[in-house]
Unconditional design. Structure first.
Length: 145
């Protein structure tokens, strides 16, 4: 006949599990006996959790319609100046890509032929907008000045 499949490690893990369960039950009983277990938890005017209810005179009325959840709608956001000016430092029309250096920050941006509105070549002064691409910011809606 085969022997028991219960090894020393299994017995030890089972003992630990039972001890943990017993300790948890003891702690629960202690909390009940000490009167620490409260049915409700309240938030005071500073956002801290307490076991006593807040004073009704300090209560602030907030309308649900004034709470903004998520990102504001595109119409509601402030319109920022997104069009930038720069100079084409390199452009290979056969491969369909190049780079533009912004006038103000001297930052170099990648431009693809799909983001060009007019045909461009090296040393052209252009205006463009930026869009996040896979490897960083890309120049899009590029047109000559």
């Amino acid at each position: 006949m085969a022997g028991s499949q219960e090894t020393f490690g299994k017995k030890e893990r089972e003992k630990k599990r039972l001890k943990k369960k017993k300790d948890k039950l003891l702690k629960k009983e202690e909390r009940k006996a000490g009167g620490q277990e409260s049915e409700f938890i309240y938030v005071d005017e500073f956002g801290q959790l307490t076991d006593t209810p807040m004073d009704p005179s300090k209560k602030i009325k907030v309308e649900a319609s004034s709470i903004e959840i998520g990102v504001p709608k595109k119409e509601d956001r402030e319109v920022e100046e997104t069009e930038k000016k720069g100079k084409v430092s390199f452009f290979d029309s056969s491969k369909g890509f190049g780079f533009i250096i912004e006038n103000e920050s001297q930052e170099k941006y990648f431009v693809h032929v799909s983001g060009i509105l007019e045909e461009i070549k090296e040393n052209d002064k252009v205006s463009f907008e930026l869009e996040r691409g896979l490897k960083g910011m890309n120049a899009v809606r590029v047109k000559k000045i």
